[in-house]
Design a protein around this ligand. Structure first.
Ligand SMILES: Cc1ncc(COP(=O)(O)O)c(C=O)c1O
Length: 392
């Protein structure tokens, strides 16, 4: 019988300077003020995290334990983070002149609290709880706050959420029903982040902002690990990701490198495409300008709340992954998002969230521009259930 899975975490590392920081303690940013990344002994982990071992484990995000930071299974705070399905959009693909089998959605709306935020938050809350944190705060555009409210309730941790005043009502309702304290802010998510940071500096709570603590990204990377396993260890040609803070894109890119080091995949990588809305596209602008960092986007305007992020602390990591992968960044209009949402729902029966619909709109645009081929296997990330949004 194979031994119980265990973590092979070794240390944390500054994403900008490479400085090492000890694991096994509570952390926010690195000494240089940049995101910390978790590192593992991948040589040793490779002997345990084999295809055969994975095949014998439950189909959820915890089957990757060797390359996750949680050291003791008893520390896991879970609401049932099952594997999410890959759902093809054959009619939408054919109507665009592409191979009907080539266009696939990874539907993250099936996760607890109806979005992929469950992955990162389950991991970060498990870690925070293990370090004895009693009060957590976070800025949110909606889905992350809903997830933190739920996982905080599960862990018995008090949750304070700061969100823009026009955050979707359903998300605010979710946060409150789970017992979180909700603060509506006259500003955008980075303004909310400043309030959370000030409270953390005053010792009022732990700051769980994405990439300002090292573990949400470890949860989000499981999207990429799972995609590789579900695809028979052959990654798609291209991934379209709705990019706000970019944690999922950065996380998947990190996860692919780990899978290669473990010997589970080869050197081939998908082209990573950062999708944003025309009304809030700081990463697209920086990518076009050849910049390493993105300037704040003023006067944001998009109904896709999850990607309404004017400034991302991991901007340089998003841009690096897009460039290293030979991918690109692309912005789509509100009209194209609405049309894509309606088409996928009507033609192929899949209700996307607006952020997910943005990835379909971007794939169509990229196909028209020749940036992707009609036979290339493209995976779109639908990061939340379409049912969480007001329907047209
Ligand atoms: C539905 C949805 N899609 C995409 C995003 C952006 O995710 P990330 O922060 O990983 O870029 C969010 C974040 O709020 C979201 O809720």
């Amino acid at each position: 019988m194979s031994p119980d899975p265990r973590s092979f975490v070794t240390h944390l590392e500054c994403s900008a300077t490479g400085e090492r920081v000890a694991a096994g303690a509570l952390h926010n940013l690195s000494p240089a003020g940049r995101p910390l990344l978790v590192r593992y002994d991948l040589d040793a982990a490779g002997g345990r995290l084999t295809r055969e071992a994975l095949a014998g484990r439950p189909a959820d995000m915890w089957r990757w334990r060797e390359i996750l930071p949680v050291r003791d299974a008893a520390q896991i705070v879970s609401l049932g983070e099952s594997e999410t399905p890959l759902v093809a959009l054959p009619r939408v693909a054919a109507a665009a002149g592409a191979d009907p089998a080539a266009l696939i959605v990874k539907d993250e709306g099936r996760l607890p609290t109806g979005s992929f935020k469950a992955r990162g938050v389950a991991m970060a809350v498990s870690m925070a709880a293990s370090f004895g944190v009693r009060r957590i705060a976070m800025p949110t555009n909606g889905n992350a706050g809903a997830a933190l409210a739920a996982y905080g309730a599960r862990a018995g941790i008090q949750v304070e959420l700061f969100c823009p005043g026009d955050t979707p009502a359903v998300n605010i309702g979710e946060m409150r029903v789970h017992g979180a304290e909700v603060h509506l802010v006259d500003g955008l998510i980075d303004d909310c982040g400043a309030l959370v940071a000030a409270g953390a500096a005053a010792g009022s709570w732990f700051d769980l902002s994405t990439l300002k603590e090292p573990y949400r990204i470890e949860g989000k990377k499981t999207m990429g690990l799972e995609l590789a396993l579900q695809s028979g260890w052959a990654l798609p040609d291209v991934i379209f990701y709705p990019t706000g803070g970019g944690t999922g894109l950065i996380g998947m890119w990190k996860g692919f490198a780990e899978l290669e080091a473990l010997g589970l995949i080869g050197a081939a990588r998908p082209r990573m495409v950062a999708v944003q809305a025309e009304g809030c596209a700081p990463i697209v602008r920086a990518w076009r300008d050849g910049a390493a960092h993105a300037e704040r986007w003023e006067h944001t305007a998009t109904a896709a709340a999850g990607i309404r992020v004017p400034r991302a602390i991991g901007d340089f990591l998003i841009l690096a992954a897009v460039r290293e992968s030979n991918g690109f960044a692309i912005a789509v209009s509100e009209q194209a998002i609405a049309t894509a949402l309606g088409d996928a729902a009507r033609e192929d029966g899949l209700l996307l969230c607006p952020e997910g619909a943005a990835t379909l709109a971007a794939w169509r645009e990229a196909l028209a521009q020749g940036l992707v081929g009609p036979d290339e296997r493209a995976v779109l990330f639908n990061c939340a259930s379409g049912l969480k949004y007001p329907l047209p």
